[in-house]
Design a protein around this ligand. Sequence first.
Ligand code: C2E
Ligand code: MG
Ligand code: MG
Length: 757
Amino acid sequence: MYRKQRLVLAGASVIFFILYVIALFIAPDVVSDSLSGCCGLTAALSVGLTSFINKKYRVPISIIALGPVFWVCGDIFYVLCDTGVITEEHLFAITDPMYRMTTYTYCIGLLVFGFVQFTKRDLLRLFVNAFLSSIATAIISVALFQLSTNTKISSYDFGFVYYFRMVVAMFIIVFFLVIATNHTDNKLSLYGLFVLASFFIYGVSDIRYTMLEAAGEDPSGIMFDAIYLSSMVLLGIAYATSSIEDVMETQDRRSTDRSGASGILLTVMILLFGVWLCMTGALSILGFLMLMISGVAYLLLLKLLKKNDANENIIAKKEEELSEVNEKLANASVLDIQTGLRNRRAWNLYRDELKETQKDSRLILYSLDINFFKMINDTYGTSVADQLLAEIGRRLLSIEEMGITAFRLDGDQFMILCVDEGHEVDSARFADYLIGVLDRPYETKEKVIRITFSIGAAMYPDDTPEIDRLMSCAESVRTSSNPNGNASTCAFFDASIIPKIQRENLIENLLQNLDYEEALELFYQPQVNTQTGELIGMEALLRWKDEDLGYIPPSEFIPIAENMGIMPAMGEWIVHHAFMQIIEWNQKFNRDLKMSINISPKQLQEEYFTETFFYIMKEMDVNPAWIDVEVTESIALNNIVLNTSIISNLRETGLSVSVDDFGTGYAAFANMLTFKFDRIKLAKELIDSLTIHTNAKIIVEAIVNMAKGMHLITIAEGVEEKEQLDILKELDCDQIQGFYFGKPIPAKDFEEKWLKS
Ligand code: C2E
Ligand code: MG
Ligand code: MG
């Protein structure tokens, strides 16, 4: 910015300077004076323009630019007096202070720069350092001047004024030198070199000028003018050629090494030198005293600085430690220690950021959940589960290179966010890739585990215009898909599932405050002997009738209750009532009927499930032979170790266990060997196919035969037609349950229909 203009101005000042030098030899005073004015002004403008490009240093640069302006004013005034335009003699005296203003402006400019650039403490240190050094140098140079030129500096009365002027001139050089050497890497930039050269030429000639004046000589003349002007030209060039970074962007290196010993040695040597100069008569008593005072002050300052340095170092170290701790804390607050992934808090922050920055991007959010994680935790222990989580974290972090961000929200819930700026990511392909990465077996120290994931995905803005709702959309589609968790799946949000989600939310709200005694009821469906049609038992099936929604099927509300974590309580109610009913019926009718009670996969995983179950059995003193527990096939096969132990625990009490819905899942007969079951319930789907596909008959026959070989009872469920019954009779299936014999009905009706007759 303004670089071209600045270069033109600096170039013009160089040309004016050359013309000025030529004019000195050939042209009259007025021409050369005008040219010097133009030269100073163009240099000043070059500096001044730089202040526009650097906001931070605008004030100090502007003040420095005023230096040549004052000099030009002095020039103009001089010409006016010289040419007789100004005749009042007392006004002539203004010229000199006007020239002097240049020195003071430079000095003020540098001080203001110091204020902007350094901390107060450092500025004071630099200032005192530069000031005392300037005093010493000025005094010694006066002495050396007198010694070398054999001239005597003016009387003591004017001594202070001259010394003051010399100290200020010296201060400009020293202070800038200190500032410039404090620059990063200790290297002086080109800009620094030019400015230093300018201030050096200016300062030295000003000192010399003052000395000559003090010695009673008239120093004014073309020589000094030319030198002063050259310093201004250099200043103009310095600012014109500098980039913004060069312009004053020095770095405050607080830990500037101030080796105390060399400082003391140098000061002592200067003082000794001063004593010698005084003895030779070159240094006046006043000068000598000033030198001594500044020397002692400098020594005291060194001592103070040393002490300060020690304190500063301690503070700096503490500050460093503090910032390290702060950084760790900040990281800890957004990172999950176990997996190294970002946590929920990080997601909240990230989401807010996305709302601001990614309005136009497509966001794809995948919500992940490990299937049966609790069961893994219970079966293999927390150490294995922790290793598993850490490995999941590593795998997800490894794919972050693809531009996605992974989070662990809580427990076994993860989330992946893909910011698709170009709307070009194939979300389904990425889901497949993700499943591929996560489905690989997990090697822990103890064993190799296979796990599956339920994934739900939702997109912004396609599925929801609110980034805030993206997560709940992905979660809802995740929970309403993959009900059995046998394999990893990814379901995508679809607006058509909104009513389903709304109903789920409604059911969840209703379940929250449900009075079981009032709203729940157990219906009973008969189970009969295939050959004789004789009642052998019944299955307890839960019913919930809501005033507004009517009957809500158990297949709908039980998964919701499981997710809400209220299934243990509800399960307890079911078991209690089913026990009560079978005790009542068997005692009342002197029968040995079996009550089948469904236990859902999640129920089986609940902590204290078996304890509670056994407790109720004991409390109610129920005959175990009257109880049958139905577990679904998927759960039976899902966690071999855990379920084998739970199931064998249950069977040890004398009750029987049935595998529900056999034939719908991934049942492998080989796996069935691991379990000790009592009964296989052939799924309704198989029975439905019996009369349609001949293959179904073959399968059912095989199952029945296999079960017989393993001494297992077979029961067919969902039998609705006589035809089905006939086939099952033919295949020698032991028991039948289905609408053909009877639908699930309330206890009172069941008693009427099945027990009283
Ligand atoms: P399930 O254990 O396989 O129960 C059999 C389901 O098939 C019952 O549905 C029953 O009414 C139905 N059914 C029986 N025979 C026939 C038939 O001939 N034709 C037709 N179309 N259906 C027949 P329901 O009562 O709606 O129960 C559905 C599922 O809900 C059950 O499947 C079970 O998994 C679950 N459930 C029911 N009650 C409970 C309970 O108390 N606890 C648990 N954990 N789950 C339960
Ligand atoms: Mg059942
Ligand atoms: Mg069933």
